[in-house]
Structures are given as structure tokens and as C-alpha cells.
Design a protein around this ligand. Structure first.
Ligand code: DLL
Length: 433
């Protein structure tokens, strides 16, 4: 379907008709199959018959990340488990991950959506696409892989890490298109520059996402690598990468509106805002079978662009997300909630106190992640081995829960500055937006 540009260039009225038909069918199916959704509808006194089209979307209940935790792992699936062929997962707000399931059809549509952006950017079967997103439960690797494979590119499933080997692969295998996070792209570009091998690369474009990045960063990557750099957006709960992506004009990301209906809401009043205003992005999936979701509050603060794009595609575009309406941090591409860290610390016994601070920074284009934790006076009075053992245990527990390493530093009691109001748990010194 990805090659049918007419679906991406539909007149608005036809698109709304298509969305309405799909929404009505989706609501019926979810009401029958998903208990959480049925309960929420009943609480609002709503029946599927009350939803006639997109004009009724605002009546439907919102969904939240906590729903995925509360119904962990499979409780929100709308298809029988025997029809689910893949799961992916991402961090929840606490230790439990959130899990989404894909049917065979979901995977086909996902690869179509990824292929759409590649086609829009002029990628063809002659391209060599290096996927340096992580493969695994994270959606990046497999998502990018499937789209590139669908249009017949030569795909290198490199996954992330081992920077020197990544660059060697680019040179030896003739990589023309690179997929990874923007911070990793910057690191790869600078390393390649330091190695003096930029001119040995055939790279012509990169498609980067999964974390916030600035226009300055784009320009720096483009200049160092001598390529064009494009943005791709998505989230596990809705699909993974490919919810939206830039075309060659780099003027906002086209939302795959035939599959997802976007809304912008005021996160305080929950009122739907007109296009162009900044608010929280909300998505309703209208074609997903395994893990469909209605009015999912992404917590990404964003703006929708309704004006037509120069490329001729008519779907709404979204600007780069400008922050979050919750406290989620994205560190080295991994979603981290301060509450996950707090949970580990609180379970670590009396040797430490609940006073901690998370300090995130970006040095040489890599995120640094320090966690200062105050020791109890008993631990301070004990021997150095006990202190090191506790520190290592916290480090290991955090790695298990978060999926990335943190630099845990045990500090003296009362050494973390107390604030008079809300404790300042997170200091993020990166300038990401
Ligand atoms: O990051 C999916 C993805 C993979 C997107 C590869 C693009 C490329 P999650 O791990 O669930 O899924 O994280 C989703 O990451 O709500 C945003 O806050 C942030 N995010 C994703 N893409 C972008 C982007 C993947 N292009 C969360 N710009 C989202 C800014 C982004 N933030």
C-alpha cells in the first residue's frame, strides 16, 4: 500500500470519510474485546452506536500509559493471543514494562508506513540501509528493518553499539542510508571525521528519531556526514517508528492519518485545541488489530500543521515534539521515569536514604546519567567494602529495570541540596529543544 501515493494525497473530505469508517469499526471491535475500554465507555454511558465518525471522537475516553501497566502484559490485546505474532515493549512509569502485540496484518501495515517515508525520501531498492537502532523489544530496529526490506533495499541489521565497527560497516558495505538516534548519528559522524574516513562513505541520508533533537543538531550532522538528515517519530503504544516522518522538504512530519487520528489537547483542561496550538498530542489507532488504542495521551507536547506541504501529501504534519507533559526522560534513546529509579532506591534497604538526585547532561554528543544517592549515617560509619557493595547492587538493579547503565554515586547524608517546595529530583542540563 505504501506506493499508493493517492492515499497520502487524499482530499480532506475523503480522508475524514475513511477515518470515520475505520474509527466506527475500531470502537465496536474494542468494545467487544477489550475490558478496560468497555468499562470506560460504560462509565461515560457510551455505546459503540453513539460513535458515528470522527466528529464524535471527542466523546471517547482517554487512554493512559498506566492502562498498559495495569493490564500487563496482554490484558489490552484486542485479538486472541494465537493471532499475535510479535510483541514489543518499552519502559513503564514503574518497574513493569508496557507490552504491545502485533498481528500479521499489523506488521504488514507497519512496514508499509515505514516504506512510505523511505519512498517519500527517494530511497529505492538500490539503496543500502544500515539499521543502527537497537533490535529487540525496542521497536526501532525491527520497525526500520521491515520498511527498508519491503521496498527491496539491501538491509544491514547492525543494531546499536560498537561505533568503530559501525563505521567499518558503512565503508565496507557501502551504506547509503543510516537509521539511528540523532545523538548516535552525531557521535558516529564525529568519530568518522576523527578517523578521517568521511570521504570513504557513500552515505547520502540518515533517518533519525526516538528522542528529541534540535535543528542545530540536524545541521551539524548534515555538515559533518555530508548528508541529508530526516526526522522520524513514533511510540511503542501506537506503533513504534513510522507514526509520522518527514518528507524531502524537512518541514514537519507527515502523520499517517489513514491509520492514526491525531488530536492536540490542553493537558490541564483536556479541551481539544485547534490546529497550530501547542498542546499534548493524542492518538487514536484506527487500523491496528493486536493493540489498538483510543485517544492515547502521548504526553508529547507538540503542534499540528494543517497547511498543505509542498510535496503534495495532504496528511497533517506535526512539528518536532517540544517537550513532555510528564517527567519522562529519554537518555541515550531509552525512556526513563524518575519513579522507576525511586522504586529501586526505596527497595534498597536502610543503608541509603530516599534523598536522591538525577543529573543528565550531554558530553561529546553522548548522554551522561548520574544518580546521587545519600547514604544513611550507618553506612557512612561502615567500611568501604560495604559502601562499594551497596553501590554496585543499586547499579545492577537500576540496569535491570531501566535497560541502561547509570553512574551511581553514594554521597554523604544531607549533601543534596534540599528545596523548599517540591524536591528537585531531576537536573537535565541538555539543551534538546
Ligand atoms: O522511540 C519509537 C521510535 C523508534 C521512534 C525509532 C522513532 C525512531 P518509545 O521508546 O516508546 O518509542 O518512545 C516514544 O520517544 O513519546 C517521544 O517522546 C520520543 N520520540 C520518538 N521519536 C521522536 C522524535 C520510540 N523524532 C517517545 N523526536 C515519544 C522527538 C521523539 N521525540
Amino acid at each position: 500500500m505504501y506506493y499508493q501515493k493517492e492515499q497520502e494525497c487524499m482530499p480532506r473530505s475523503e480522508l475524514v470519510k475513511l477515518q470515520s469508517e475505520r474509527l466506527v469499526a475500531q470502537v465496536k471491535r474494542m468494545y467487544n474485546n477489550v475490558e478496560c475500554f468497555r468499562n470506560r465507555m460504560n462509565e461515560k454511558g457510551l455505546k459503540p452506536e453513539d460513535i458515528h465518525g470522527v466528529e464524535d471522537l471527542h466523546k471517547l475516553p482517554f487512554s493512559y500509559k498506566t492502562d498498559l501497566r495495569d493490564y500487563y502484559p496482554y490484558g489490552l490485546f484486542a485479538s486472541p493471543l494465537s493471532d499475535i505474532v510479535r510483541v514489543h515493549a518499552s519502559s513503564g512509569t514503574t518497574g513493569k514494562r508496557i507490552v504491545v502485540g502485533y498481528t500479521r496484518n499489523d506488521l504488514d501495515l507497519w512496514s508499509d508506513m515505514m516504506a512510505r517515508q523511505l519512498v517519500a525520501l527517494g530511497v529505492t531498492k538500490d539503496d543500502v540501509v544500515q539499521v543502527s537502532f537497537g533490535y529487540g523489544l525496542f521497536t526501532g530496529g525491527f520497525g526500520a528493518h521491515a520498511g527498508a526490506e519491503k521496498i527491496g533495499c539491501l538491509v544491514i541489521p547492525n543494531s546499536s553499539g560498537n561505533t568503530a565497527r559501525q563505521i567499518e560497516t558503512m565503508i565496507d558495505f557501502g551504506t547509503t542510508v543510516l537509521y539511528c538516534t540523532p545523538s548516535y548519528a552525531m557521535y558516529l559522524a564525529e568519530t568518522a571525521e576523527q578517523m578521517g574516513v568521511i570521504d570513504k562513505l557513500k552515505l547520502r541520508m540518515g533517518i533519525f528519531g526516538a528522542e528529541p533533537w534540535t535543528e542545530e543538531m540536524r545541521q551539524k550532522i548534515e555538515k559533518t556526514f555530508k548528508i541529508k538528515a530526516y526526522d522520524v517519530y513514533g511510540l511503542t503504544e501506537i506503533l513504534g517508528p513510522g507514526v509520522s516522518g518527514e518528507c524531502q522538504y524537512q518541514a514537519g512530519m507527515h502523520i499517517n492519518e489513514d491509520h492514526f487520528i491525531p488530536e492536540i489537547i490542553d493537558p490541564e483542561t483536556l479541551e481539544v485545541l485547534p490546529y497550530g496550538e501547542v498542546g499534548e498530542l493524542v492518538f487514536t489507532t484506527i487500523t491496528k488489530e493486536g493493540s489498538p488504542i483510543i485517544r492515547y495521551r502521548t504526553r508529547d507536547l507538540c503542534q499540528l500543521i494543517a497547511e498543505p506541504c509542498k510535496c503534495g501529501r495532504t496528511h497533517l504534519r506535526m512539528k518536532k515534539p517540544q517537550g513532555r507533559s510528564d517527567d519522562m526522560l529519554i537518555i541515550r534513546g531509552v525512556n526513563v521515569f524518575p519513579s522507576q529509579i525511586e522504586e529501586v532506591l526505596l527497595k534498597s534497604g536502610n543503608a541509603i536514604t530516599p534523598n536522591y538526585q538525577i543529573i543528565v547532561d550531554r558530553v561529546d554528543n553522548t548522554d551522561t546519567f548520574d544518580i546521587l544517592v545519600e547514604m544513611s549515617s550507618d553506612l557512612v560509619a561502615s567500611d568501604i567494602k560495604s559502601i562499594v557493595d551497596i553501590q554496585n547492587k543499586i547499579k545492577a538493579d537500576l540496569r535491570t529495570i531501566l535497560g541502561i547503565g547509570a553512574n551511581v554515586k553514594l554521597v554523604s547524608p544531607n549533601s543534596i541540596t534540599r528545596s523548599e517546595g517540591k524536591a528537585k529530583r531531576v537536573i537535565d542540563n541538555r539543551k534538546l529543544v
